[in-house]
Design a protein around this ligand. Structure first.
Ligand code: SAH
Length: 247
């Protein structure tokens, strides 16, 4: 009897943004593994075991989930947003790569979810209407030099830039430094959006420009979108036209 492991994302917050495929996987699970606040978004089900853990121990959590699956349980690993975007799906495969060879033969699947960047964009219009990229500002798993190099390249290539993990208590300075770097490479009037708790009832949007952007507006629940040269306002919406140079 071998078990299974499905990695899911709950979406940005409100239950309507959790996909039916994810809800079905959650309903079939014998065991749920995840960071406490994400597990709290999943309704209790009788007979289902919950293994809540701290946010910082992703690899341990992945190993725990894999050993449960190897022992015959039907495990669902719960992330926020999409599980493949700066989240648990990659942690599971990192654990498979260096772990028990039997783990590579397990029935492992990933269900897509609505990532923060998409929910944030929908709150304001269509800022991701042209080419865009996503960069995490967390330097827990990569160097700040790498982040700077990627920010510069994204600015140079005129991508719309979505910034994940802009700030936390342990990392208060990164976003200010990222804005400084971008100011050296992009126009002062470039639209900058701070979207907090996107896709929830408490969603809050601050629209400003690169020159005026104040990093202290952001916290761990904020997604930032820095526009491309064509990103603009129409009525009360912000969008990036699909054409390179909109007429
Ligand atoms: N897997 C998640 C991202 C994890 S990284 C996803 O796909 O959305 C965590 C970062 O995501 C946060 O620091 C924040 O920048 C962003 N984030 C997650 N949920 C958010 C929400 N509802 N609104 C705004 N940003 C959010």
């Amino acid at each position: 009897m071998s078990g299974s492991l499905v990695v899911v994302g709950t979406g940005p917050g409100k239950v309507e943004l959790m996909t039916p495929a994810t809800q079905a996987a959650l309903a079939r699970a014998t065991d749920l593994v995840g960071y406490g606040p994400y597990l709290d978004r999943v309704p209790d089900r009788q007979g289902q075991q919950r293994h809540a853990s701290d946010n910082r121990v992703e690899l341990d959590r992945a190993r725990h989930a894999l050993s449960l699956a190897a022992s015959g349980r039907d495990v669902v690993v719960v992330s926020g947003g999409d599980p493949g975007v700066f989240a648990m799906a990659a942690a599971v495969f990192e654990a498979v790569e260096v772990g028990d060879p039997a783990w590579a033969k397990l029935d492992i699947r990933v269900e897509p979810g609505v990532t923060a960047m998409l929910a944030a964009a929908a709150e304001v219009g269509a800022p991701l209407g042209g080419d865009f990229c996503a960069i995490s500002l967390s330097d827990n798993l990569k160097s700040w030099a790498t982040i700077e190099r990627r920010l510069k390249a994204a600015a140079e290539a005129d991508f719309v830039i979505a910034l994940y993990n802009p700030a936390s208590k342990a990392r208060p300075r990164q976003l200010g430094e990222a804005f400084e770097l971008l100011r050296g490479a992009k126009a002062a009037e470039t639209p900058v959006l701070f979207v907090r708790a996107a896709g929830t009832a408490e969603a809050k949007v601050v629209t400003t420009t690169l020159a005026k952007a104040d990093a202290s507006v952001a916290d761990m629940r904020t997604l930032i979108i820095v526009g491309a040269s064509t990103t603009r306002q129409v009525g009360r919406w912000i969008y990036t036209p699909r054409r390179e140079a909109a007429s």
